[in-house]
Design a protein around this ligand. Structure first.
Ligand code: GDP
Ligand code: MG
Length: 441
């Protein structure tokens, strides 16, 4: 793994103050190999390594970590930064209908993703969705979407034979307006290899309908072809985001980095199976882990994160010494737990804090939940986060709506925060702060 590779590169370098250019370049050779093994496109690897190198040279090595760990942390930070540190949602304007257009090569998963997204918007966000197939090249294509509409209970635009894609798109938007739909999803045609006439047609549709989102649907197994695909589509239409499909396969996540780097647009969703509920909000942290360590990164980040940056540690220690633990603190913990892959992280951050561990365990936290809990906290105002007691029933409804969750889930988060806060207060009474502060420092 990359961890072992870097470990041997840096074995002899223990105890140095700052990373030298020679050390960094040696380490980056290993990073480069890891990225290529993860199927990141070559030009993207080059750019990435250059940037990470620049940042790493001269960086202070944090007391108590090895230079190798420090480089891994820098590389991981660069990866997460490039992939986008937060999940980005869809741009749905206040005045309906929102027009969302799906583009991509044939077989990339456009039609499936259209139905998945429609189901997601309907069930999770309470939107009224209309789907329309603009794929007139294949007779079965419009029928395929109609069937998916039936399966998901989502409306599809009635099929009228002989219409051009632009006409169908305009008819879809018009129907949506008249019938009060919130969102129109336009599923476009794609060929096996990119074809000039089809690209022109796609640009024409985009021009005519002025979509709020143009989502490039890409197979995560694309690998080195990612560059040419993304470049071609980007040149033709103003992309706003990417949907990465087949993340359930043996994809090593490299396409995510390539797509993000070349399009400059966020990856918004990941397809994780053939079933229509196999769509997830894209999680940059998890994919960064998959690319770098293929699993091993979890341990690496854990070690690096155990050395929480000084300022953070001091802020945390100060709060804890007052027995405080608000929703901002909870969010920070959730983020860390997610990056480290579960409950073990918090436990290792705070050994001996039995009450805290208990509180987390009683919340029955699993990995998927962490993301949803984070979304709940992110939908609160800063004031609500620091003063949870002001969150009334009415506010809970707003928070649930904003995060695409339920009031029950909002309550769960509030309960966990309360339990943690109580645990912190108890801990303080028991005089356990010294050990804790030492841990965090
Ligand atoms: P389109 O030509 O771009 O419209 O592609 P389709 O939506 O018709 O999908 C092509 C094939 O890929 C179908 O068999 C889908 O079931 C499959 N597919 C789409 N998305 C995913 C995914 O996320 N995971 C897996 N395993 N299969 C997918
Ligand atoms: Mg299709």
């Amino acid at each position: 793994s990359l961890a072992d590779r870097l470990g041997s590169v840096f074995e002899k370098l223990r105890g140095r103050g700052a990373l030298t250019e020679l050390d960094v370049r040696a380490a980056m050779r290993e990073v480069r190999i890891a990225l290529l093994e993860a199927d990141v496109a070559l030009p993207v690897v080059k750019d990435f390594v250059e940037q990470a190198t620049e940042r790493a040279i001269g960086a202070e090595v944090i007391r108590s970590v090895t230079p190798g760990q420090q480089v891994v942390k820098i590389v991981n930070d660069c990866l997460v930064e490039l992939l986008g540190s937060e999940h980005e949602g869809l741009n749905i304007p206040a005045t309906p209908p929102a027009v969302l257009m799906m583009v991509g090569l044939q077989g990339s998963g456009k039609t499936t993703s259209t139905a998945k997204l429609a189901k997601f918007l309907t069930e999770r966000q309470g939107k009224k969705v209309l789907m329309a197939s603009l794929d007139v090249a294949r007779p079965a294509a419009q029928e395929q979407l109609r069937v998916l509409g039936e399966q998901t209970g989502v409306a599809t635009l009635p099929i009228i034979a002989g219409q051009s894609p632009v006409t169908i798109a305009e008819r879809a938007r018009q129907s949506a307006k008249l019938q009060g739909f919130d969102v129109v999803l336009l599923d476009t045609a794609g060929r096996l290899s990119v074809d000039a006439a089809l690209m022109a047609e796609m640009a024409q549709i985009a021009n005519a309908t002025q979509p709020h989102e143009i989502l490039l649907v890409v197979d995560a197994l694309t690998g080195q072809d990612a560059v040419s695909t993304a470049t071609l589509f980007k040149a033709e239409v103003p992309l706003t985001g990417v949907i990465l499909t087949r993340m359930d396969g043996d994809a090593r996540g490299g396409a995510a980095l390539s797509m993000r780097a070349i399009t400059g647009k966020p990856i918004k969703f990941a397809g994780t199976g053939e079933k229509l509920d196999a769509l997830e909000a894209f999680d940059p942290q998890r994919v960064a882990g998959r690319i770098l360590g293929m699993g091993d990164i979890v341990g690496l980040v854990e070690r690096a994160a155990a050395n929480v940056e000084q300022a953070d540690a001091e802020r945390m220690a100060e709060k804890l010494s007052k027995g405080q633990f608000d929703l901002d603190d909870l969010r920070a913990q959730l983020k860390q737990m997610k990056a480290m892959g579960g409950l073990g992280a918090l436990a290792s951050m705070m050994p001996g804090v039995a009450q805290a561990k208990q509180a987390m365990a009683s919340g029955a936290v699993d990995e998927k939940l962490l993301g949803r809990m984070e979304a709940v906290i992110s939908s609160m105002t800063p004031k609500e986060r620091s003063k949870p007691e002001i969150i009334t029933a009415k506010r809970k409804i707003r928070i649930a709506k904003g995060s695409g969750t339920t009031v029950m889930e909002v309550n769960r988060v509030l309960k966990m925060q309360l339990e943690m806060a109580t645990a912190m207060k108890k801990l303080r009474k028991m005089g356990g702060m010294k050990g804790m502060a030492a841990m965090l420092g």
